[in-house]
Write a protein that binds this ligand. Structure first.
Ligand code: FAD
Length: 314
């Protein structure tokens, strides 16, 4: 959104993306139906036209890719930002160094998401090749014994895909996460939980109320249940889906202050302009307090509107 608005405003802008256009959505499970409605996902009202009420990963990704192409937005993909010089290091503002080039900019918008550092269990065996921190698709795991560790929507959806498509599936989850009806970010949403309960009833899925994971081994996993009893279960593949974090190092090295937000460490920023304490450095999206697509879109709009007025640091 920020790129589109910047172009409309006649600003000289570039987007550096280390992956592909819509990389986070590209990494959603294949065939996933997203939970947001079109009005929370589209850039212009009525633009996103899914076949059903909510779009699939493929429909959403295609919409974002088309938006970039149709508007000829200046996005450089498969290029990683490595560093940003401190403010004032060069006369024009900031020098951005990537693995392919370098750029000068008077303002920087960090919209780096929070998917890059999946959280770890830190248990023996977590580095085995059968352990994944990302669920992509079911078919390699049909008839395999799959264990999912996690209590949020990503873990719930992975368990559902696997159980429905023929993997022998166990979801290891803290009882609080399973029983919570608190609509907090991260818990399993009812539209995922209801089909999971159906799979449980049909014996395609097992729940394990977790104390902790003890060890992952080649053909089995040792778990401790909520009462402290240890069990060993046969296993072919493990998905550790316990959330991920952003890397704020680059921002901090620029002098951006952080604080404890609702979901973890977040940069300090003005909630209207999205400018941080470092003049000319803005933030948007999932690593701020706005953890959904709509929030990311709205922030992009606000940042450019603010820059456009010229009522801010040059
Ligand atoms: C399975 C799943 C389903 C979801 N469903 C929904 C949903 O239905 N509705 C909803 O609102 N949200 C949903 N979300 C959350 C949503 O994807 C995020 O809130 C959204 O993508 C945040 O947008 P963003 O622009 O902040 O970050 P991202 O979309 O993560 O984009 C950040 C980009 O920055 C790039 N990047 C990071 N570091 C660098 C670097 N150093 N150099 C260059 N590029 C870099 C990354 O490659 C990435 O493409 C879902 C998330 C998951 C995992």
């Amino acid at each position: 959104m920020a790129a589109y608005e910047a172009k409309q405003a006649g600003l000289d802008y570039v987007v550096i993306e280390k992956g592909l256009i819509g990389n986070t959505i590209y990494n959603y499970p294949v065939g996933l139906t997203v939970f947001s409605t079109t009005n929370e996902l589209e850039f212009n009202e009525g633009d996103l036209k899914p076949a059903r009420e909510k779009p699939t990963r493929e429909e959403l990704l295609s919409y974002y890719v088309r938006f970039v192409l149709d508007n000829d937005l200046n996005i450089r993909t498969e290029e990683t930002v490595l560093s940003v010089s401190e403010p004032g290091a060069i006369a024009t503002g900031f020098c951005v160094t990537t693995d392919k080039s370098s750029y000068e900019a008077s303002r920087i918008l960090f919209a780096i998401g929070a998917m890059d550092f999946p959280r770890k269990l830190n248990v023996p065996g977590e580095d085995l090749p059968k352990v994944h921190d990302h669920f992509r698709e079911t078919y390699p795991w049909v008839k395999k014994k799959a264990l999912i560790v996690g209590g949020g929507n990503s873990a719930g959806e992975a368990a559902l895909f696997l159980a429905q498509e023929g993997a022998d599936t166990t979801l290891a989850i803290f009882r609080n996460d399973w029983e919570s009806t608190d609509p907090k970010q991260g818990c399993i949403k009812y539209w995922v939980k209801e089909p999971l309960e159906q799979e449980l009833a049909e014996h395609c899925l097992r729940l394990f109320f977790l104390g902790k994971v003890i060890e992952i081994r080649e053909n089995e996993v040792e778990l401790e249940n909520e009462n402290g009893d240890r069990v060993v279960i046969e296993n072919d593949v493990v998905f550790v889906l316990i959330g991920s974090d952003a890397d704020l190092t680059m921002m901090k090295s620029l002098g951006v202050e952080t604080e404890q937000g609702k979901y973890g460490e977040v940069p300090v920023y003005d909630p209207e302009t999205f400018e941080t304490n470092v003049p000319g450095v803005f933030v948007a999206g999932h690593f701020t307090n706005q953890r959904h697509i709509k929030g990311a879109i709205d922030a992009g709009r606000s940042v450019i509107a603010y820059i456009r007025t010229g009522n801010n640091s040059e």
